[in-house]
Design a binder for this molecule. Structure first.
Ligand SMILES: [Zn+2]
Length: 273
């Protein structure tokens, strides 16, 4: 994933993973997901469309793909599956939480965390999964995949109004909880929302597994968004997320400042351990 899926000057650059692998010791390489594993969340025709890309192609207005993107997207999904099997943190790209059942969106090709959730249910004997998404953007793809599925509780904390526009205060369902936060929120705002809204809802669902869509683009120095979370804030969000279920795994989503990303991921790893 450091060498595949080159994106030019796009924010989801291979350098994101390069700086993480340099800074974080003891990582292991995961196997790619199979098409069958991806098909639990995405339409076969769409998967074949991504496989068939053989020259730089815009899959949506923000998402470029080329001849190595399919392989990178399978590796990203496979690393999320490995994370759920081992209780780990998937350092992967492209990110996944905007990917829709039959379309790429917002830098995302396959929904890595959703594929990991389905794998846990199909192969690991886990029935009830909570997905906690604190990337700064609404996890609209994950929400869409599980919207009518009462075995998966999806929570998204995100800047709103903001890209992709969904996830507002009225956008709620029995097992979908959107927590929109105004621009400029910092650690205390996130921790308060987590303690008063996210934690009680997830605990009431009684998940056997919590999967975290961990984006770091809510950081104060991220170039893409307007939040003010610090390294300590991400450590706290991680610690609180891990406490929500007996099992936990984490999947990287956004985070686009190459100089701060390794420290933020290290803080999160500290919080999850
Ligand atoms: Zn994001």
């Amino acid at each position: 994933m450091v060498r595949l899926h080159p994106t030019g000057h796009h924010p989801d650059t291979p350098r994101r993973l390069e700086v993480l692998l340099e800074a974080i010791p003891n990582w292991i390489e995961a196997a790619p997901a199979s098409v069958g594993q991806v098909e639990r969340c995405h339409a076969r025709d769409y998967i074949e469309q991504v496989r068939a890309v053989d020259a730089p192609t815009w899959l949506d207005g923000d998402t470029i793909a080329s001849e190595t993107s399919f392989e990178a997207a399978l590796l990203a999904a496979g690393s999320a599956i490995a994370a759920v099997e081992h209780g780990g943190f998937a350092l992967c790209r492209p990110p996944g939480h905007h990917a829709r059942p039959a379309a790429a969106m917002g830098f995302c090709i396959f929904d890595n965390v959703a594929i990991a959730a389905r794998h846990a249910q199909a192969e690991l004997g886990i029935e009830r999964v909570a997905i906690v998404d604190w990337d700064v953007h609404h996890g609209n793809g994950t929400e869409e995949i599980f919207r009518d599925d009462d075995s998966v509780f999806f929570v998204s904390m995100h800047e709103w109004p903001f890209y992709p526009g969904s996830g507002g205060p009225q956008d709620q369902a029995e097992t979908t909880l959107n927590v929109p936060l105004g621009a400029g929120c910092g650690d205390e705002d996130y921790e308060r929302a987590f303690d008063h809204v996210v934690e009680p809802a997830v605990r009431a669902f009684e998940p056997e597994l919590v999967l975290v869509s961990a984006g770091f683009d809510a950081h104060a120095e991220d170039p893409l968004a307007g939040m003010n979370v610090t390294e300590d804030g991400f450590r706290e969000l991680s610690r609180r997320s891990a406490a929500l279920a007996p099992r936990c795994a984490v999947v990287l989503e956004g985070g686009y400042n190459l100089s701060t990303l390794p420290g933020l991921v290290a803080a999160a790893l500290d919080g999850f351990s």
